[in-house]
Design a protein around this ligand. Structure first.
Ligand code: ADP
Ligand code: MG
Length: 409
């Protein structure tokens, strides 16, 4: 098959259960939580500008399996282990629930998990703290722009909700939006990535067969049906990751804030039109102007994209995707040669509506909207023309986070 196979939740659970049993024989787990990654169809680098974004959840994600432990025999400890080969060592950590839960200098991955644990305890105020053991596995390519990070955070939060329900300790339940906000805050403060709300919101709230138009100004959303059997969402992983990423993301966030400050707004979402930016052009450097132009036009494109999809107008949606890519490449300067090449190769194929880089940039994935009948041709063209080795995924819009039943098959 040309595309990667996507494991079902059941296969994922069976594999993880087997790993758990190997590691801890005769000690059955009782809780299993899943949260998906996401692909953003349009609306890139605008969540932190309070803009509109338009992602969908994907069938890949993070699964966390584990159980409550007896607090006294385990000295109020939590044991956390990841099976991922793509994160820093060590793969196992311990957290003492009697102490303040602070950031880890290393391993870095721990912050995505303990950040959620710390904020969960702070926000939901359980009457007692519960020790636990967990194993974490992720099917999302890590660092590929499909948000393995939010899938870990949200799966962890779902695991904790289930753990406290299971333990019958009273705690203040979280709404879905507050859960997304908590996970986003964990990434910002513990992992120290100044991310917006899009990824965590999608992992919490997305619905199968729908894309999600999120208004990041007030954290509300509209599910928009996306069930056209003749159209496919093809995600192509460039399998490159340029070193630039970490610092550059924070720098782009800062550039946008600078532009908003110059224009006298809290966020770039408040800018009424591109003319408002043009009038203030001489008040800012050309770099800040270009960053703002991307954010302002991308927010408009995203609103227009959602309308196009409601009207089943895939040609229009595709055109907006190409415009988005060009804006990210030329104004926001977060693309790279490999992503540009993937978009151009897709564009050369009949039956492709549109294509663009997706995620933070400098590597990772492109997303392409293509007629089902042209998918094979598209994959073939990219395989032949791409200078690297790409991987291909055909994704259906999937559900948000859920509990996975361990008893039933
Ligand atoms: P993306 O979200 O696009 O995949 P990020 O750089 O935002 O890329 O997040 C990747 C980071 O998330 C990893 O470096 C690691 O710290 C954390 N992470 C993702 N999956 C796992 C996992 N299964 N176990 C532990 N940490 C993970
Ligand atoms: Mg991420």
């Amino acid at each position: 098959m040309a595309s990667e196979k996507t494991t079902t939740l059941k296969e994922f659970k069976d594999n993880l259960l087997e790993s758990y049993r190997k590691e801890f024989p005769n000690d059955e787990p009782t809780i299993c939580a899943f949260a998906p990654g996401r692909v953003n169809l349009i609306g890139e680098h605008v969540d932190y500008n309070d803009g509109f974004v338009f992602p969908m959840a994907i069938p890949l994600g993070t699964m966390i399996i584990g159980k409550a432990l007896d607090n006294s025999t385990n000295n109020n400890k939590c044991y956390i282990q990841t099976l991922s080969n793509d994160v820093d060592e060590p793969k196992s950590i311990e957290v003492d629930l009697t102490k303040e839960i602070s950031r880890f200098e290393s391993p870095k991955w721990a912050n995505y998990v303990v950040g959620v644990l710390a904020l969960f305890l702070e926000r939901t105020k359980p009457e007692k703290r519960q020790s636990f053991r967990i194993i974490i596995a992720t099917s999302v390519p890590i660092g590929g722009g499909l948000s393995s990070s939010a899938s870990v955070e949200v799966a962890m939060c779902t695991f904790l909700e289930l753990l406290y329900q299971y333990s019958s300790f009273n705690f203040q339940p979280l709404s879905k939006v507050n859960k997304a906000l908590l996970c986003c805050k964990a990434e910002q403060t513990y992992a120290q990535v100044p991310c917006g709300i899009m990824d965590q919101y999608t992992a919490c709230i997305a619905e199968a067969d729908h894309a999600l138009l999120i208004d990041c100004r007030n954290n509300t959303s509209q599910s928009i049906p996306m069930k056209n059997k003749d159209v496919c969402v093809l995600v192509v992983n460039s399998n490159v990751k340029h070193e630039l990423v970490a610092g550059t993301y924070a720098q782009r966030v800062q550039h946008c804030q600078e532009a908003a400050n110059i224009l006298g707004h809290k966020k770039l979402r408040e800018v009424s039109s591109i003319e408002e930016l043009e009038k203030a052009r001489d008040k800012m450097s050309s770099v800040i102007y270009k960053r703002a132009r991307h954010a302002i036009t991308e927010i408009k494109r995203t609103e227009a994209g959602a309308k196009a999809l409601i009207n089943n107008d895939y040609n229009e949606f595709g055109r907006l995707m190409y415009d988005s890519h060009e804006s990210l490449r030329d104004d926001f300067e977060v693309s790279c040669e490999e992503l540009d090449q993937l978009v151009e190769l897709a564009r050369s194929v009949d039956g492709v509506y549109g294509s663009r880089m997706t995620g933070g940039g400098f590597g990772g994935c492109t997303v392409t909207l293509v007629k089902k009948s042209s998918v094979e041709k598209c994959i073939d063209t990219i395989k032949k023309g791409y200078k690297g080795t790409a991987s291909f995924y055909e994704f259906e819009p999937s559900n948000g986070t859920c509990s996975v039943n361990l008893k039933k098959d």
